[in-house]
Design a protein around this ligand. Structure first.
Ligand SMILES: Nc1ncnc2c1ncn2[C@@H]1O[C@H](COP(=O)(O)OP(=O)(O)OP(=O)(O)O)[C@@H](O)[C@H]1O
Length: 258
């Protein structure tokens, strides 16, 4: 007999209003344990608002957040066992890489006594050992973002949320960091929710993609389902046509070099 376990995370009928404008219209979705789910959509469609509600920085006007079957809608962010990686890294510039990570651990009673060794271990795992005593401003954008990811991983959260973590980086660094995130997910098996407006990034990283526009879910499916069976005109244009244009320009570029 199949045992029904609740999803790792469930958003139920979320509604959000800013300045009397409804920006999220009855949003419901599940994230499975160990899944990499991207939320993909154009600027202003409500992606960051969903993320802020998931982590507890914002209370929805109505709707619930359920983690492992437990209602956490009113639980403080620090008690949700979730981590977040922001687009601007949010590192302390006056602290070294090691101090940045160890500092995050100081607030966790179970981890604080082992802060230094946990920090050193995680820094090694993301390949930053040679930079361990450097201040963030001495590092490239990609390296700084790896420090921010390491800091989140060090706290061993069950769920990691990413808010457009690559948007400040150049194309080559984005590719490298994308590989790094994929590797980290394979290794740590954490559940990840990743916000992006970049179709290629969502397709490269995700088990499933939730496509949004103007505060509504347009489609939620695997990359293959989206390609084979786009739910509507918006998904066709925003996702499929954009990807096709990228492929076409790549082909032209390669042919021009022959
Ligand atoms: N604190 C706020 N006060 C007023 N309006 C807000 C606030 N936060 C977001 N909004 C509005 O809510 C809508 C959704 O914003 P949100 O930041 O969630 O979109 P997004 O998809 O993450 O966009 P982007 O990719 O540009 O960050 C937008 O119209 C935005 O202007």
């Amino acid at each position: 007999m199949e045992v029904l376990t609740p999803p790792k995370l469930r958003a139920e009928n979320l509604v959000q209003v800013f300045n009397r404008q409804e920006v999220l219209h009855d949003i419901s979705f599940d994230v499975k344990d160990g899944e990499f789910l991207s939320i993909l959509g154009p600027s202003g469609c409500g992606k960051t608002t969903i993320l802020r509600i998931l982590i507890g920085l914002l209370e929805p006007i109505s709707g619930r957040i359920i983690k492992d079957g437990v209602d956490i809608t009113k639980t403080k962010p620090s008690k949700r066992n979730m981590g977040i990686v922001f687009q601007n890294y949010a590192l302390f510039q006056n602290m070294t890489v090691l101090e940045n990570i160890a500092y995050a651990l100081r607030f966790n009673p179970e981890l604080r006594t082992k802060a230094r060794s946990i920090a050193e271990d995680i820094i090694e795992q993301v390949g930053l050992t040679e930079h361990i005593q450097k201040k963030p401003y001495k590092l490239s954008g990609g390296q700084q973002q790896r420090v921010a990811i390491a800091r989140t991983l060090a706290l061993n959260p069950e769920i990691i949320l990413f808010d457009e973590p690559m948007s400040a980086l150049d194309a080559a660094t984005r590719l490298l960091l994308r590989e790094e995130i994929k590797r980290i997910q394979g290794k740590f098996r954490s559940t990840m929710v990743y916000i992006t407006h970049d179709q290629e990034e969502a397709f490269a990283l995700s088990d499933r993609i939730m496509v949004m526009n103007t505060g509504t879910i347009q489609q939620l499916g695997t990359p293959e389902e989206l390609i084979r069976n786009p739910a509507n005109q918006f998904v066709r244009e925003f996702v499929i046509d954009n990807l096709q244009r990228k492929i076409d320009s790549l082909v032209k570029y390669v042919e021009a070099g022959r």
